[in-house]
Every structure is written in C-alpha cells, then in structure tokens.
Design a protein. Structure first.
Length: 457
C-alpha cells in the first residue's frame, strides 16, 4: 500500500502513511480464563480525512472475580472504540485529540460502572475493573491515553520508547524517589495497581498528543503478560526478525509462552509505512529456561566445591610455645634474675618461653589445652632459705622438687598471653519507563537503544 498525498485543508500537502496491524490475544500457559481484550480500527487510506481519526488501537487487561475481569476489559475496548470512531468521523484536528481520547476512556469507565451496578450482588461483580491503553491517529499525529499497567511502545529503527507510565505501587514509588528499581523485585505488592477503570467514578487518565509518526515507525500495545517475559530489546528483535506485523505479534506470543506464559498475553503491532528491517537487530531470541537451568546447576556445583574446600582446609598450626614436648620445660634466659615480675617482652618475642608470673594465682593455660600438673614443692631447708622461690624460677623449681610419682614429669604450666595480645598492643581491627536511564549494549552498535521518554506537550 502506497502513501497518499493529501491537502490538510489549508493548502498544504502532506503524505498520509499507510498502517498495517497484527494482533494476538492468548490465555497463556497458566490461567484458565482470558481476561485480556483488544481492538483496532483502521480507516482505508483513500477514505481518511485530514482532520479525522483514521486509526484506533486499544488493549485492556481485566480483573475481578469469576469471569467479570474479561467482561470489564471487553466493555472498555468496545466503549473506547465506539467513542473515538464517532469523534473521528466528525473531524477534530490535532489540538483536541488528547481531550477526546481522555473523554473516551472516561466513557468506558462509566460503562463498566453501569454494568457492575446491573449485576448487583453477584460474587466478584463489585471488584470488576480493567486497565486500558489506547492510541488514536489523526493524519500522522498520535495521541496516547492510558490507565493501569498495559503499555504502548514506539519503535523507530533501532530505538524503542515507552509511551506510558505503569500505574503500579512499585513504579509510583520509583517515580517519587522512595524506591530503587533494583529493589522493587523484593516486594510482593510491586504489581498492585494504583489506577484502573471500573473501580471509581473519579478516574485520573494520562492522555497526551503531539508525537508525529515517520515512515517505518512501529507501535506496539501489549498487556503485562507480554512485558513480564519479553524485554523491550527483544520486542525490537521480534519486529526486525519478521516480515510483517502479524508475524511479529505471533513471535512475541511464542516467546512469552516459551518462558512460562504466567498470564494472558496480548500484543497489538501497527506498522506505519514500511520499516526497513535490519538483520543485525533480528538476533535469534531464545527462551531463558535452559540458560537459567544451566546457570543454576553451575552455581550449585561451585557452592558445593567451595564448601568442601572450607571443610578440608588445614587448621592454622599452633605457636611453638604450645608445642613444647612434655617433660621439657622451656629454657630460662641466660641473664635470668630473681625479680618479682617478669621483664617486659617485645612484640617479636612475646609469648615464647615466658617466665611464669610471680603471683600465687595459677596461670591460665592456653585455650583448648589441658593444664599441666603442678610440680611438687621443694622440702623446706632447716636453716638458710633458698636464694629464689621455686615459683619465681622454673629451673630452680625443677632442681629442688623431688621426682613425681608418674614415670614422665609433666611440663610446668607456661603463662601464655591472650590471643588478642599476640601480635601488638593495638587491637586488630526502556525511550523506557519515565525516569529510567538510556540503555545501550556496550560495545555493540547493532543493539537496540532504549531512549528516555520525550516530554509531553
């Protein structure tokens, strides 16, 4: 389909780009019911008005008891399409586009509230609600309306920009600066919605317009069942790896289901004009299941090996003074004197062959050692006392004491300093979500780029 040149009503010509749409909506691999809904309407390029809406794309993800989530999402999609198509047929221009989109979402919210009241006390009817994301195209200008965590992306060559902000607890906290994105995964309530259709008459809608489409641009609207398993870079790869929007949508669905399909999966892909697909961006995208299994096994093996090394590592050898053979007391220094307190030792010799303390208290043995038997005190001399007390001189004590009853004499207790004083006197001491940074594969010119979201007009 070729682009058509049209008059904008003021004598200026512009080129109207054709739009092709591909779509998938699947229950996934875990859920029993499909609560997603989607819709698209495209006016043929020959019938399109310069000031009229020529394309509407809508995706909704319902919630509620029983099947009421699916009912809410279907009502929202149908009401939004009806309202926007009626407004577009009358002509509105770019200036009113954002307000018309916001009015359409409020209209859908009222339709869901009316249906819930009609169901009355039916179980689950009071909680029925849905998210909704819609894109309306006037000429080549788009307007985006959004509530919830369904998303809209714009792909331009190798760049992808997220056009919406998720209305979830985690994203709200991140935008306020009270939560780091890398910490959000630890919270179970990170996916709790802060806004949704059908839950209140007072609904706040995000709506903005002004972005102009170019030839080759691709719009992707999707539910969180897709974005929970497929990254923005992989969405770009799926588009460049396929020949048309329908094949791209099916490839995204296949990838999400291959990775678990934990939720309903919906993708709406609209190609504007003709995208020049690049083989360098169409990298093979594989399921992460096998890679995660291999990584887990590798971590388990490394952990087991580390534990074995820790258990088998030899213990630190004891100091020499603690390995003195039984029966061989440490030799006294050559210049030993009879003093009431042992001389101070330097840090280099402290703890090796120290003289026992002069106190009557028995020196504590080193930790983990059985105290050696105390030597038998010497017989008292009738006249002149000995030159030194046995307890002050271990060598003199050994000479003066009689032989012990056991065949081998035990080594006298050697006073050892505590471990804390062995060494020294001092103690040892995705364009992404709003606010996200630009990301590009390092060193790879062919990697898709995620640019920051453009400021809304």
């Amino acid at each position: 389909m070729d682009a058509k040149r049209r008059d904008d009503g003021e004598g200026r010509e512009f080129r109207l780009l054709p739009i092709r749409v591909g779509r998938v909506c699947d229950v996934g691999c875990v859920r029993d019911n499909n609560e997603d809904a989607m819709g698209a309407s495209v006016v043929p390029i020959d019938d399109a008005r310069p000031d009229g809406i020529r394309a509407v794309l809508v995706v909704a993800d319902g919630m509620g008891g029983h099947s009421y989530g699916g009912m809410a999402s279907r009502i929202a999609v149908e009401a939004t399409l009806e309202k926007l198509n009626a407004a577009g047929a009358a002509g509105l221009g770019d200036s009113r586009l954002a307000s018309v989109v916001s009015d359409a979402i409020h209209h859908a919210n009222g339709a869901i509230r009316t249906a819930a009241r009609a169901l009355g006390a039916a179980e689950g009817a009071a909680e029925m609600g849905t998210t909704l994301t819609t894109v309306a195209v006037v000429a080549n200008t788009i307007s985006v309306g959004h509530v919830g965590d369904t998303r809209a992306y714009l792909i331009r060559r190798d760049e992808i920009a997220q056009l919406t902000n998720d209305h979830t607890w985690a994203e709200e906290e991140i935008r306020r600066g009270r939560l780091a994105r890398e910490d959000a995964a630890r919270y179970d309530m990170r996916h709790y919605l802060t806004r949704s259709l059908g839950t209140s008459d007072d609904l706040e809608v995000d709506a903005h317009a002004g972005r102009v489409l170019r030839n080759g641009d691709v719009l992707v609207l999707c539910s969180d069942g897709l974005t929970g398993h497929v990254t923005p870079e992989e969405i770009v790869a799926c588009v460049h790896a396929t020949a048309d929007p329908q094949a791209a949508a099916e490839k995204m669905l296949q990838l999400a289901n291959a990775r678990g399909g934990s939720d309903n999966v919906t993708a709406l892909v609209a190609e504007v004009g003709t995208l020049k697909r690049r083989a360098a961006l169409a990298r093979p995208v594989r399921s992460r299941g096998r890679g995660a299994l291999v990584a887990g096994l590798a971590m388990l093996i490394l952990g087991a090996a580390g534990g074995a090394v820790w258990l088998l590592w030899p213990a630190e050898p004891e100091p020499i003074a603690r390995r003195t053979p039984a029966g061989r007391p440490p030799a006294a220094p050559a210049d030993a004197k009879d003093v009431s307190e042992p001389p101070a030792k330097s840090s280099a010799t402290r703890g090796r062959h120290d003289t026992p303390p002069a106190s009557d208290e028995r020196a504590l043995p080193p930790r983990g050692r059985v105290p050696a038997a105390a030597p038998t005190p010497p017989a008292a001399a009738p006249t002149t006392p000995p030159a030194a007390e046995p307890r002050d001189n271990p060598v003199a004590a050994k000479k003066a004491s009689p032989s012990p009853a056991r065949p081998a004499a035990a080594a006298p207790a050697v006073a050892m300093p505590d471990r804390a004083s062995d060494s020294s006197d001092s103690a040892p001491k995705l364009l992404p979500r709003a606010g996200a940074p630009a990301a590009e594969a390092a060193g790879d010119d062919n990697a898709p780029k995620i640019l920051p979201q453009a400021a809304r007009p």
